[in-house]
Design a protein around this ligand. Structure first.
Ligand code: CFM
Length: 546
């Protein structure tokens, strides 16, 4: 066969692929990277076997973002009625302005600042003489223009370097304005090894400054909060539709399509359902300790996973009325999903995928690919921690390094008047006994097949190598990876922004996803593409290591 030289490494041993990936690195770099590339044994280990949440080696083109991105963009980005004011040079605001597909509906009050870009536009003289005055003026200006109920201030790198005290400015302005909650986030880009640190910083401040501010009990039955759902591509709208149909009341979503008041009154809910645990498990833990709200892991990516999550929520409340209604909703929604699936499956079955996304989607989306009969041959996270790879049981055995210690852990105690266990100890024990895990999530590794490759903080070079060698039918990651992968002739799907598609969550989302993946993996367009120099090379050269 003429293509024999282009042998697919897919038929090779995973150890060979791993060796290929790190072959070009200097020995020290290769040693470090080797610890972040795992040939999956699909075990539920007690001690972590893969290194994660460590600094990217300088010189490597990482897929990660910064701490500011995780705080300002990810956690606070989708809140519509909080003015998000960036203290820093304009570039940090410009590049964080609507680049994530934070969708919202402006609600009956119409208060929505998502489209705006608020910045102190720091100049050289602010860097030299300090920017606190300018920040106070910017807060005042935003207040005068919009009279928002809340203003959040975000620190960019120079703020930390010059030592502006943004917290004092925020609390002074809160005092002065009287009817506007102002607080700040020390989320300088360099604060942690990735955006993950920004999630933690954001959640700490939301918990400290907003959660519990409104004790008003909202109407509705079966009250939950949905944590770690960010309404990308309208996912949250689809989940809200399903909740409403089931009669489940969502008090607060953290933070897709959210409002200040949702956060403020979330402590009145009776269950926290946690979707992306990477970004928010801290809040679930703190709310349990302070208010007595138990939490469970859910996943609304994948039709089966959606049904399973709804059943879990119903089982928690244990009321027959809810259980029946959830079953009726599943029975009503599934036929359309199954019809789409059986039409598409023959065209997608047996195809392969690679997923390298953030801190939870590389795992969650495997459910949808399974429904299409597709195998994930390699996956990994940009910035997840070891428990996201191997399960929450490894938490006590994760060694904290200096970078992790740098991020504040809030000490939380039970609220004197508002702590109220939602279930008795006996009820909790009975649910656990019936195979209903609280405070638990599996990692990516036990859900992937043995011999697949799990790679943490994959970089540009390794991504291209991996695709060249294993030739997946589809590669999923973000915008930074998109074009280099397509140039290799492989279809690429963005799983951060969904390109312009979505929703992919819930039942309607599953059908959307099947159709999109069908189109992508069965289109030959990318493999037809040849660059001019591939057709007729005019210049040849070799690298000095060759
Ligand atoms: Fe959670 Fe996210 Fe993700 Fe994340 Fe993100 Fe995102 Fe993501 Mo992009 S909170 S960890 S920091 S699910 S923005 S909505 S898609 S990297 S996998």
């Amino acid at each position: 066969m003429a293509t024999a030289a282009k042998k697919k490494l897919v038929q090779w041993e995973p150890t060979d692929i791993k060796a290929e990936l790190i072959k070009q690195y200097p020995p020290k770099v290769a040693r470090k990277r080797a610890k972040q590339i795992m040939i999956n044994e699909a075990l539920q280990n007690e001690t972590p076997s893969l290194t994660a949440n460590v600094r990217t080696i300088p010189g490597i083109i990482t897929m990660r973002g910064c701490t500011y991105a995780g705080c300002k963009g990810v956690i606070m980005g989708p809140t519509r009625d909080i003015v998000n004011l960036v203290h820093g040079p304009i570039g940090c605001s410009f590049y964080a302005w609507l680049t994530r597909r934070n969708q919202t509906d402006a609600g009956p009050d119409g208060e929505n600042y998502i489209n705006y870009c608020f910045s102190t536009d720091m100049q050289e003289q602010d860097i030299i003489f300090g920017g606190e005055k300018k920040l106070a003026e910017a807060i005042q200006e935003a207040y005068d223009l919009f009279h928002p109920k809340s203003i959040a201030v975000f620190a960019t790198c120079p703020v930390g370097l010059i030592g502006d005290d943004i917290h004092t400015v925020a609390s002074e302005m809160k005092e002065e304005l009287g009817d506007c909650n102002v607080y700040a986030f020390s989320c300088e880009g360099y604060k942690g090894v990735s955006q993950s640190a920004g999630h933690h910083i954001a959640n700490n401040q939301v918990f400290r400054h907003i959660v519990g501010e409104n004790d008003e009990v909202k109407p509705g039955d079966y009250k939950i909060n949905l944590l770690g759902e960010y309404n990308i591509g309208g996912d949250g709208f689809e989940i809200d539709r399903i909740f409403a149909k089931c009669g489940i009341t969502c008090i607060s979503t953290f933070s897709g399509n959210s409002t200040y008041d949702q956060f403020a009154s979330c402590h009145t809910a009776d269950l926290n359902a946690v979707m992306c645990h990477r970004s928010i498990n801290y809040v679930a833990d703190m709310m349990e300790t302070k208010y007595g709200i138990p939490w469970i892991k859910v996943n609304f990516i994948g039709a089966k996973a959606t049904a399973k999550s709804l059943r879990k929520i119903a089982a928690y409340f244990g009321e027959q009325e809810l259980i029946d209604r959830v079953e009726a909703v599943i029975a009503e929604e599934m036929p359309a999903v199954e019809a789409a699936q059986s039409e598409i499956l023959p065209r997608t079955e047996g195809k392969t995928a690679m997923l390298f996304v953030g801190g939870s989607r590389a795992h969650h989306y495997q459910e949808l690919f399974k429904e299409l009969g597709m195998k994930t041959i390699s996956a990994g996270y940009e910035f997840a921690h070891q428990d996201d790879y191997e399960g929450r049981q490894v938490l006590p055995n994760i060694k904290l390094d200096a970078d992790s210690r740098n991020i504040e852990e809030i000490e939380v105690e039970a609220d004197e008047s508002r702590y109220q266990p939602r279930k008795s100890e006996a009820e909790m024990a009975a649910l656990e006994e019936a195979g209903f895990p609280f405070k638990q999530y599996k990692g990516l590794s036990p859900d992937m097949e043995k011999g697949t490759l799990i790679i943490d903080d994959l970089n540009q070079y390794e991504a291209e190598k991996l695709v060249e060698l294993m030739k997946p039918d589809i590669f999923c990651a973000g915008i930074k990876e998109k074009y280099s992968i397509q140039k290799l002739g492989v279809p690429m799907k963005q799983l951060h922004s969904y390109d312009s598609g979505g929703p992919y969550a819930g039942f309607v989302g599953a059908v959307n996803f099947y159709q999109e993946i069908d189109r992508l993996v069965n289109s030959k367009v990318w493999s037809y593409m040849l660059a001019p120099w591939q057709k007729s090379p005019q210049l040849t050269a070799s690298y000095n290591w060759e």
